[in-house]
Ligand binder design. Sequence first.
Ligand SMILES: O=C(O)CCC(=O)C(=O)O
Length: 283
Amino acid sequence: MIDNDLITAYRRDGVVLLRQAFDADWIGRLSAGIERNIAHPGPRSRLWDRDEQGRCCFYDSQVWREIPEYQDFVLNSPCAALAGRLMGSRAVNFFFDAIFVRTPGAQFRTPWHQDEPYWSVKGFDTCSVWMPLVPVERRSALEFVRGSHLWDRKFRQTNFGALTGDARDQVVFDEGEPFPDIEGHRDDYDIVAWDMEPGDAAFFNARIIHGGSGNLAPGRGLKVFNTQWLGDDVRVCFRPEGMDPDHSQIMTEHGLKPGDRPAAPLYPMVWQAETSGAGAPAG
Ligand SMILES: O=C(O)CCC(=O)C(=O)O
């Protein structure tokens, strides 16, 4: 499924859409997992933006070890191999899972942002996988500013803590340029998104600017399962502005320190490239 044209596009654009990357069995299992997750929310679960009609977005993350369907997907689905081949990495470690479940008609759009500035790791070789488990129209799908992962500019990102009101989510960026007003000047940016079916997935670099995934038509909900994968150059990095999700405590408890490669048991290596023998990745 991953040919040289796709690998080139991933490097150049920072995002590629893979149609029918996951079969109905995976979609069914993850859908069952989301129901289990909603019934048993994890400690990081949040409700984003409940409006006066009760429409909202349920968010949870880092529950893959508690939800067997998620764990199965992380360890046994083709996802790690697809991410590894797109990144051109020798090995891929799992980072974390996130789910976004919008109730029918929810309007809330995730603000434009980049992921890496919030993370407790740093590196170019990253791959996030945004998988809707129900059909989604382009206007309600995640949008990307093509090529923005290569801009090499430091922006002050949104403080998502202002949306959730939760003290644990506060990440306050007071260095860098103001974030560009993309919504106010959409025609100035190369924005891509797609109508997507269950099984389709957007694979994207954590430096690409992305946002959206709301604006639902009346009666239409959205269930998204999202996984983040780490390739060869990624190392642990604790950030003074805060982190979301903040893994610094759990990393430290597991003996990981800035500059280390994320490793099992928190971040299992799920895939390795076939090698001719010498130089196989360790750890
Ligand atoms: O689906 C959403 O609302 C946000 C997704 C997102 O920002 C991400 O996957 O990094």
